[in-house]
Write a new protein. Structure first.
Lengths: 114, 112
């Protein structure tokens, strides 16, 4: 059983489209995260939710909207996609916010915007 | 956030110990040091973390200097599967949350 699973793994789309990436964890963790890894391999945190509550919101365009329907799921919706959104997006979870250093990452979702 | 400095790349022969250094001279007294690695195209994997004392687990050992301004991750017997980018991170805590800020890491190449 995959601990942190993301879908889709690959996503190719046109500029201006809206797309979503889904993430689910079966570890029973309270806290989930979205990270973005760009073409230069820098890995940056975007959002964090603790038990459905947003606790970290980095400087991210408001075209990006995370949604957490329950603590096992954290989805990422992106409106009006731009070329610069092309990246690998990683979902992660931790036991709770106190264990924010011990993250379990998914395999990533590679988004390509044409 | 405390900044970390790592060499961009290192080589290690298979079977030998890999010693990966990290400088974090601006670390605060209550900030932890974490190590992760990322094998090509996979999600980052947690390795180990520590505050003051040296730590060891089934994957690696973490040696933190007494002044806490630097640390070394030791893979005791490197294998080809240990080829990856290794990230040294200082965890930063705000009032409501903690976060990890990844740097550029060290690309470790294990060779035959």
């Amino acid at each position: 059983d995959t601990a942190v699973s993301q879908t889709p793994k690959y996503l190719v789309t046109q500029m201006g489209n809206d797309k979503s990436i889904k993430c689910e964890q079966n570890l029973g963790h309270d806290t989930m995260y979205w990270y973005k890894q760009d073409s230069k391999k820098f890995l940056k945190i975007m959002f964090s939710y603790n038990n459905k509550e947003l606790i970290i919101n980095e400087t991210v365009p408001n075209r990006f909207s995370p949604k957490s329907p329950d603590k096992a799921h954290l989805n990422l919706h992106i409106n009006s996609l731009e070329l610069g959104d092309s990246a690998v997006y990683f979902c992660a979870s931790s036991h709770d916010r106190a264990f924010a250093g011990e993250l379990f990452f998914g395999e990533g979702s590679r988004l390509t915007v044409l | 956030d405390a900044k970390t400095t790592q060499p961009p790349s290192m080589d290690c022969a298979e079977g030998r110990a890999a010693n990966l250094p990290c400088n974090h001279s601006t670390i605060s007294g209550n900030e932890y040091v974490y190590w992760y690695r990322q094998i090509h195209s996979q999600g980052p994997q947690y390795i180990i973390h520590g505050l003051k004392n040296n730590e060891t687990n089934e994957m690696a050992s973490l040696i933190i200097t007494e002044d806490r301004k630097s640390s070394t991750l030791i893979l005791p017997h490197a294998t080809l599967r240990d080829t990856a980018v290794y990230y040294c991170i200082v965890r930063s805590d705000t009032g409501t949350a903690s976060k990890l800020t990844f740097g550029t890491g060290t690309r470790l190449q294990v060779t035959l």
